[in-house]
Design a protein around this ligand. Structure first.
Ligand code: 2BA
Length: 108
């Protein structure tokens, strides 16, 4: 069994989660915050059998869009960066996905 952990844009998370659910996957949505931009994103947890992973990745790819997002002054100055040293925008997403081995999954 695997745990797919996918960090996605808030705007894509509802449609991605409902498409996964409609295809029979079990999904948990966590509200998370990116350490770089310091804005909200969503982390989806999807526990699935190994053979489900490629399909899960396909669904995420279909619904999670790459965006260019402003690096805000808060982001920069919190790190001691100067405004003129900033890239004006960074490329974010579609999804950052980690696939982890699961030792066991119990529903008690
Ligand atoms: P953030 O940390 O807010 O990062 C947003 C975007 O800023 C990243 O997009 C990347 O383009 C850029 N970025 C992040 N850290 C950077 C750094 N140290 N130097 C230069 N540019 C940097 P994505 O790579 O698509 O990541 C989107 C979100 O996924 C991240 O939001 C973070 O919440 C998560 N993430 C991405 N890679 C991760 C990793 N290796 N471990 C944990 N979380 C990760």
């Amino acid at each position: 069994m695997k745990l797919v952990l996918a960090i996605v844009n808030n705007d894509d998370s509802a449609v991605a989660a409902s498409s996964l659910t409609a295809e029979g996957y079990f999904v948990t949505r966590l509200s998370t915050t990116g350490g770089f931009l310091m804005v909200g994103n969503t982390t989806l947890l999807i526990g699935t059998e190994d053979e489900g992973v490629p399909h899960v990745l396909e669904i995420l790819k279909e619904h999670c869009v790459t965006r260019r997002q402003m690096a805000t002054p808060v982001t920069a100055f919190g790190k001691g960066m100067k405004a003129d040293s900033l890239p004006p925008k960074v490329k974010v997403g579609g999804a950052t996905v980690f696939v982890l081995n699961v030792e066991s999954c119990e529903k008690l």
